[in-house]
Write a protein that binds this ligand. Structure first.
Ligand SMILES: [Zn+2]
Ligand SMILES: [Zn+2]
Length: 229
């Protein structure tokens, strides 16, 4: 599908000699996160030397580590919207390529996971959208590292409201029981994949289910992290 070796940058329309439609200039200008909490990937100020955000210092987390590439800001929010709501395949390929090029983060600190788990979508949403964006963005990385992607072990059993406007208790209630384990897992290191992590409540709920099923290490990999706690 992506065999073309000439394309146009999805951001500035410049013609480029690459099958990945993002020019070097636009790639360099992306809002990379430099300092982040090592447990939840919340962007931190450079002055925070502890590597943890206030929340993760004071609370136990089911997630052991999180790796995130970008702030949820211009133009990443635009690209993610193009992928999610307009199914732009060239944009999916660009975002998947950015994730693939970030693999060193795993190798150096955490080792490679046994398996990737894209955050499951509720089935009516999957039908509406036609694809699970978390699955699409992880495919090239999973393929190049020979890491399997699991899809059929957890189902999303209820539609959850957008978490952003809810307080902590409401978020917990909103998510409680939203995921169900369908099979026994035989993995010790699982990385949950999502396009955007907003409050981290969804990944915590999934990680809790994984830990309760015997998984030892749970990581989270995301393209963008909203600066929300
Ligand atoms: Zn460009
Ligand atoms: Zn944190």
């Amino acid at each position: 599908m992506f065999e073309l070796f000439k394309s146009q940058c999805v951001l500035c329309d410049m013609s480029i000699d690459s099958n990945i439609s993002l020019c070097e200039g636009c790639r360099k200008d992306l809002p990379m996160v430099e300092f982040a909490c090592s447990i939840c990937a919340l962007p931190l100020k450079e002055s925070n030397k502890s590597n943890f955000c206030g929340k993760c210092i004071n609370q136990t987390s089911y997630v052991d580590y999180a790796i995130n590439l970008f702030h949820y800001a211009v133009p990443i929010d635009y690209l993610i919207g193009q992928m999610k709501f307009h199914q732009e395949l060239t944009v999916v390929a660009v975002l998947a390529d950015l994730l693939k090029n970030h693999i060193e983060a795993f190798n150096s600190v955490h080792g490679l996971p046994d398996v990737f788990l894209p955050v499951p979508l509720y089935k009516t949403r999957l039908v509406e959208r036609g694809f699970n964006q978390a699955l699409e963005i992880i495919k090239p990385l999973a393929k190049s590292q020979h890491i399997p992607v699991i899809l059929d072990v957890i189902s999303r059993s209820k539609e959850t409201k957008t978490q952003t406007n809810l307080n902590k208790l409401e978020r917990k209630k909103n998510l409680a029981g939203s995921f169900t384990m369908l099979k026994k897992l035989a993995y010790s290191h699982v990385v949950i994949v999502d396009d955007v992590v907003t409050t981290g409540a969804t990944t915590q709920e999934l990680a809790k289910l994984l830990k309760n099923s015997g998984v030892k290490t749970v990581g989270v990999l995301s393209l963008a992290r909203a600066d929300l706690n």
